[in-house]
Design a protein around this ligand. Structure first.
Ligand code: ASP
Length: 334
């Protein structure tokens, strides 16, 4: 039995502005991350697989409206929600993913079913929803995914997009708190991330007691994205990757750049072909390679020896990790 069992999670990276983050908001994020890590830790302590631990952690993050996945997902340009998720088992290299689903309550559970019950890896839109329905998964109405904060964020992004078409770069200046009147009972009464540079994907990586690793990632995408746009999250190798021989990775950030860099797989490839450590490979991808094409964000990664790393090139990334028998560690800023 491996005594290094560990789980790490993220709740998105971006320009997390200390100035607009109240002490109570900060406490809410820490508490949410802590609760999810504790749940993941329990799965591992009970002998559950890394795959079970990351599924459960991401399911809980999807249910938490503080994060951009499942409930609390961001809005598309059409004012709708389109969610993506992926999961991979490092012991078998089996993977499952879905994208552009609108009504599946927990996209990560649908991805897991794809991994377990389908010969395919990735389902999209209506086909993904039909598959999820056939597997008996729970569906939710659009209102379930709605939060006031994300809706405000979308209106702001939409307006600024218009300004951008007018080449009015100046109006793109961040106004993160201007929209907030604080007068509602929304469960996300604050938005400490600049909505223009807001990435809020969730993810988890874990090493179980048998020495296997897994990764899972889930997102609502980016605010005001075009309908049908798919980012890195559901693409195996870009937003999610796991191989016992190297590492398990879950990313968050500007999806287009993570796709172009095949970011998650690049960490594994550097370990395999360049023979560097997990930390060095992850740092190179996040701090050197992604910035070359303006890629902003971060990732979490674990290897089969229990090393973990959580690098990001933005101001902050909601994140944390928990080893068996130890108090979970959570963090937000650099
Ligand atoms: N990477 C995600 C996407 O491009 C966004 C995020 O990480 O928040 O869809």
């Amino acid at each position: 039995m491996n005594s290094n069992a560990v789980i790490a999670i993220h709740g998105g990276a971006g320009t997390i502005l200390r100035a607009s983050m109240s002490a109570s908001a900060e406490a809410d994020y820490h508490a949410a991350l802590h609760a999810v890590l504790s749940a993941g830790q329990r799965v591992l302590a009970d002998g559950g697989s890394a795959l079970d631990a990351v599924s459960e952690a991401v399911r809980l993050l999807e249910d938490c409206p503080l994060f951009n996945a499942g409930r609390g997902a961001v809005y598309t340009a059409a004012g709708t929600h389109e969610m993506d998720a992926a999961i991979m088992d490092g012991s078998t290299l089996e993977a499952g993913a879905i994208c552009c689903v609108k009504r599946v309550r927990n996209p990560i559970l649908a991805a897991r079913k794809v991994l377990e019950r389908s010969e395919h890896v990735l389902f999209t839109g209506e086909g993904a929803e039909a598959f999820a329905a056939a597997q008996g998964l729970e569906f939710a109405e659009p209102e379930y995914f709605h939060t006031e904060a994300r809706h405000r964020q979308w209106l702001l992004a939409r307006d600024q997009h218009r300004a951008m078409l007018d080449h009015d770069g100046a109006s793109l200046a961040a106004t993160p708190s201007a929209e907030h009147d604080g007068s509602n009972d929304d469960p996300t009464p604050h938005e400490p991330i600049d909505p223009n540079r807001k990435f809020g994907t969730v993810g988890a990586v874990a090493l179980d007691r048998r020495g296997h690793i897994a990764a899972a990632t889930s997102t609502g995408g980016v605010t005001n994205k075009q309908v049908g746009r798919v980012g890195d999250t559901p693409l195996i190798g870009a937003g999610c990757y796991a191989d016992d021989a190297t590492c398990a990775v879950s990313t968050t950030g500007s999806g287009e750049m993570f796709m172009r860099m095949v970011a998650a797989y690049d960490v594994a490839a550097q370990m395999a072909y360049r023979n560097v450590s997990l930390e060095e490979a992850a740092r190179d991808v996040v701090m050197n390679r992604l910035p070359k094409i303006d890629g902003r964000g971060g990732l979490i990664a674990v290897d089969a020896r229990g090393n973990i790393t959580l690098p990001f090139n933005t101001e902050g990334m909601y994140r944390g990790f928990a080893r068996l028998g130890e108090t979970p560690v959570t963090a937000i800023y650099r």
